[in-house]
Design a protein around this ligand. Sequence first.
Ligand code: FA5
Ligand code: MG
Length: 431
Amino acid sequence: MVVVTRNFHLAKLIPSLSHTSRHFSVKSTYHPGDQVTVGGRQYPSDHMTNITPHILSHMGRNLHLQQYHPLCHISDRIVKYMYGRYLTPRGSPLFSVHSQLHPVVTTQQNFDSLLIPKDHVSRKKSDNFYVNKEQLLRAHTSAHQCELMRMGLDNFLVIGDVYRRDEIDSSHYPVFHQVEGVRLLTKSDVYGKQQDMKEYELFTPEGPPTHHPHVINILKADLKDCLQGLATTLFGRDVEMRWVDAYFPFTHPSWELEVKLNDQWIEMLGCGIIQHQVLLNADVEERVGWAFGLGLERWAMKLYQIPDIRVFWSTDPGFLSQFVFDDPATNVNFKVVSKHTPCINDISFWLPSDSSYEAADFYDIVRSIGGNLVEQVYLVDQFTHPHTGRTSHCYRIVYRHMDRILTQEEVNRVHSRIEQETTTALGVTVR
Ligand code: FA5
Ligand code: MG
């Protein structure tokens, strides 16, 4: 549980605020010197503090780590793709994965280490959630590049929640998830076994260190091939995509990959060749590299045809149950979940003793009588009587109308028709 503590009294008040006030005003919340608790850690607040209880309520949800969540499926697929594409000489995956780094980072990590100028617009208080003037909720997973490179990692993925004071619409949300990929190469990685290239260096000999044009070409080819391959692996060979030139202070050259989604081009990722100075900031020498950052929600929206980014935060079983499968590559025909509250009725019956019962027949009856009112039906319990040896099944049926509220009486009528038909057609005994 994340709470914002101003003083002893407010600490008790805030948990209820975080549920009720979407538009909770920040200004009255903090006074310089108050402590803020974020993700279980305490920080001093100051004039820059602008995190809200509503935003903090998203922290710790870790949708990318939640079993069966669509963002978890898609991040598993991305990791699997990267594991398969880059192998050590002994055949094990080259990339390491870091998916539990704490989202509070310093302005040094989020901006300075990435050469983002002091007066750059992306630092504005109006664009970020600051914990205080030195710390903020990471605005991108690139914030972790330097520390991981400094640790000596050459090939890694960072997966995590990121926070921005962006507008909210169907493809933007103030909390979303990114996957960062970083690959560093030595001279021999770059030029490989190509004898004719052995004499080339990584950097041009004159002036400030600049990547040799061959380096740019080789890295660019690998980077674009990697990311296009990821898109075709997930979306299929026929996916429409295009590269657009982009600008990031920490990479040059830089590109964005766009994909066609419902007749619109949408930006799926940013990437580029890492600026030499970024590597120097991380004490990395004699290496060059590329990096990318992609938005998991955008990839999931494309893959599952999910029309609105807000639904990823839904805890509605009508949404989540559509993704309950163990193979993350399972096909999903996503169905929009109704805004109306569901009615849930259970049905329990003894199976006939001649073992003629098939659950699939029961599901057919439910669907043919309940039609579109039935959102879900699943087995919640089964039991065999110790003396009679008879087996009983209990199924839960979730009824919900797409466009209006269902009354319990209406649902009861449908439900009892299902009971009658199951009894006559399948020979069960309703309990
Ligand atoms: C970045 O965040 C860079 N750090 C990416 C990068 C990494 C570039 C490494 C070069 C090297 P950008 O702000 O464009 O870039 O965000 C990257 C991706 O996150 C976007 O392409 C998009 O897929 C997703 N994204 C951005 N803003 C939002 C938002 N508000 N809601 C959902 N997804 C978003
Ligand atoms: Mg962008």
